[in-house]
Design a protein around this ligand. Structure first.
Ligand SMILES: NC(=O)c1ccc[n+]([C@@H]2O[C@H](COP(=O)([O-])OP(=O)(O)OC[C@H]3O[C@@H](n4cnc5c(N)ncnc54)[C@H](OP(=O)(O)O)[C@@H]3O)[C@@H](O)[C@H]2O)c1
Length: 285
């Protein structure tokens, strides 16, 4: 699909992913021009190929930045700095960054965006609910066991629909310029709690199996994942699940004036969609 150019288009990077797809849908529903940024649309956008950056920025006024694979991996801040410089030089005057909680590289990336010289909003998100239904944990749910090195540390899982609502507000309402929204769900749940809620909603046996970081890394390497990716992911899990993020934040309430969506409502709706009753489909993050 070739996308048209509009002088006030919003470029949504990661626009085929969990947050980006919802943001694109919401902006289009308001009649606003959107360009999706991903490797699978025309013109393509690839973080690993800088030649693709300028063409997708042509005629764009604002950008949603969702970095892949993760804003916390070493080097993310430098790449996003280069992208932001390219975007500002191309005429972009508003950047909305999807960031992560409690991650050093993510904090460095936030500073890059805050210093880019244009209007900005930062969404500093906790772990997404939808990782269990639209991402790498779907196979785990379907297999009956969520096996992670996350111990019994509670996490305030956030719903990506809330993130999408805030991003759209940030593109359409100047009140959000210069705000850092720390977004979480309304409850702390351990991964065992989350597995129990999904099991109950989906009517299937699902348990959480804690493993050590070493065993987790060994299992990923055994599956054939690249060693560098395994190291980054294991380091990320070790860092963000040491208890530093085991608290609620009020970003959804501050940005939207309403409560965040509860994990139980997410699990009920995801179960009703049939995603946890179909045959396993591999979805990578
Ligand atoms: N998942 C969480 O719990 C969580 C929590 C907090 C923050 N975050 C942040 O959210 C961001 C996105 O992660 P996610 O898990 O939500 O993924 P996602 O957005 O659901 O999926 C990845 C998206 O990135 C695109 N993509 C993949 N490789 C790309 C590349 N080389 N160049 C350009 N686009 C590429 C994919 O499109 P194509 O495959 O079509 O290119 C897809 O649109 C990360 O920066 C992460 O740090 C995630």
């Amino acid at each position: 699909m070739t996308q048209g150019i509009h002088p006030t288009s919003t470029l949504v990077l990661g626009g085929t992913g969990k947050t980006g797809r919802r943001i694109g849908d919401r902006l289009r529903a308001r009649g606003l021009p959107v360009r999706i940024g991903s490797r699978s649309v025309e013109p393509p956008f690839d973080w690993d190929d800088r030649e693709t950056w300028a063409p997708v920025l042509d005629g764009v006024g604002s950008v949603y930045i969702s970095y892949y694979p993760d804003v916390a991996v070493p080097g993310a801040a430098g790449i996003i700095r280069s992208f932001a410089e390219t975007a500002v030089a191309a005429g972009v005057d508003r950047l909305v960054l999807l960031s992560g909680r409690g991650e050093d590289e993510a904090q460095a990336t936030e500073k890059v965006i805050q210093d880019a010289g244009v209007e900005w909003t930062i969404l500093r998100a906790s772990w997404f609910n939808q990782n269990f239904s639209e991402s790498y944990l779907l196979d785990s749910v379907l297999s009956g066991a969520v096996v992670l090195p996350t111990g019994d540390v509670p996490e305030p899982f956030v719903d990506v629909d809330d993130i999408a609502d805030i991003a759209v507000a940030a593109f359409t309402d100047d009140r959000h310029v210069g705000q850092v929204y720390e977004v979480t769900g309304p409850r702390l749940l351990t991964f065992a709690d989350a597995a129990a809620e999904i099991g109950a909603a989906a009517g299937r046996d699902l348990r959480y199996v804690p493993i050590t970081s070493e065993d987790f890394a060994a299992a990923l390497l055994h599956e054939g994942l690249p060693p560098e990716f395994v190291t980054d992911l294991t380091d990320l899990f070790r860092a963000i699940l040491d208890g530093r993020n085991a608290s609620l934040a009020d970003g959804v309430q501050r940005a939207l004036g309403r409560e965040p969506r509860d994990f139980r409502d997410y699990a009920r709706d995801a179960a009703a969609s049939g995603i946890w009753t179909t045959d396993a489909v591999s979805i990578s993050r």
